[in-house]
Design a protein around this ligand. Sequence first.
Ligand SMILES: NC(=O)c1ccc[n+]([C@@H]2O[C@H](COP(=O)([O-])OP(=O)(O)OC[C@H]3O[C@@H](n4cnc5c(N)ncnc54)[C@H](O)[C@@H]3O)[C@@H](O)[C@H]2O)c1
Length: 403
Amino acid sequence: MSGKDKIEWAIQWMPVLNSIKRDFAENKPFKGMKISMALHLEAKTAALVLALKEGGANVRIAGCNPLSTDDEVAESLKNDYGVEVFAKRGLNTNEYYEYLNKVLDQQPDLIIDDGGDLTTLAHNHADRSENIIGGNEETTTGVVRLKNMEKAGALKFPMFDVNDAMMKHLFDNRYGTGQSTVDGVINSTNLVLAGKKIVVAGYGWCGRGIATRMRGMGAIVSVTEIDPIKAIEAHMDGFDVHPMRKAIKNADLVITATGMKDVVTLDDLKNAKDGIILANAGHFNNEIAMNQIEGTSIGREVRRNVKVHELFGKKVYVLADGRLVNLAAGQGHPVEIMDLSFAIQALTAEYIVKMRPKERRVFPVPSEIDKKVAEIYLKSYDINIDHLTEEQIRYLNSWDEGT
Ligand SMILES: NC(=O)c1ccc[n+]([C@@H]2O[C@H](COP(=O)([O-])OP(=O)(O)OC[C@H]3O[C@@H](n4cnc5c(N)ncnc54)[C@H](O)[C@@H]3O)[C@@H](O)[C@H]2O)c1
């Protein structure tokens, strides 16, 4: 399948974004504007880029992770659609930042980021960021970084927290990461999940999606947490909850999804079984302490996206060098899920251009945008729901009416 075919396939299954794109084509909200993006560059992302372009923007895009770019899609976006693309799979750190710098070189009016690297770069290069009126951040880890910048008084332009929009994290982080992590693990290992003992680190939006989907495949799943409430949630959802040190002893496969560093360390691996497999679905490749592992044993590739490290006389397999397994070794989130996330991205970008917020803070996505995306989705799939009657609305707003 060519890059163009991949993009067209994705677009076909993205009715919400397509509806927004038609509106953009008519109203040109980004006419004459420059948008710089750093996102996982694959077919669904191309659909967002093309919607923004249709709205009049000049778009430059880089990848937001050295291993998540689909080269065929990147080439097609450049050659078939005339987008300025700076992305390639398998970049080293210098090349990765060189490309991020290139998208910033156009002195953008808006930025769309995933993970916070582009935003941080923009803050370190005032000469190329003075036109920025605002931007969006896609993921949990990026939002954590933004909120730290806001607290430190370092934020130089308003940023919108797309991750916390309901129509994003409820579906993208949970069902999207859940399904595509299964995909990434199966793709790289070709092993059966039924009967495997799997430890999921973190029971946030991504972790609960992964744990549930893995259980659905017949795996025996346990969970590690640091938050007592999330731990109880996991417990009541029927998962065993243990600290990593204990959980890792029986594990065939450990999957991290915490947004935290050093969740699986060399010390933890002392307790692991020979042949344990490690995978990460969190944003950065530091959840599994890859610096410790690689500092002790250089990995040898045994399959595409699988390296073996000899540690403590045991074989420890790491998928996708500890980078997002669902993107580096799988196909990323299902198309219909990214339709929702990118619909939020597109409408939030339009909102920034229309409203021009001035405060240098992290804004939530307005609830009207969540609602609009939900309504377009329901309409697209011909799903009808009930609506409150006048009497029910009156009841809802009353206080003197009992049963
Ligand atoms: N792979 C993907 O496609 C994808 C999609 C969305 C988000 N993400 C990334 O996944 C990560 C998690 O996102 P989320 O939305 O689930 O976040 P979240 O905040 O909802 O959940 C993270 C959970 O991890 C727990 N945690 C933190 N440190 C821990 C530790 N040391 N051990 C065990 N648990 C720990 C937290 O208590 C929390 O419950 C982030 O880095 C996010 O950016 C990845």
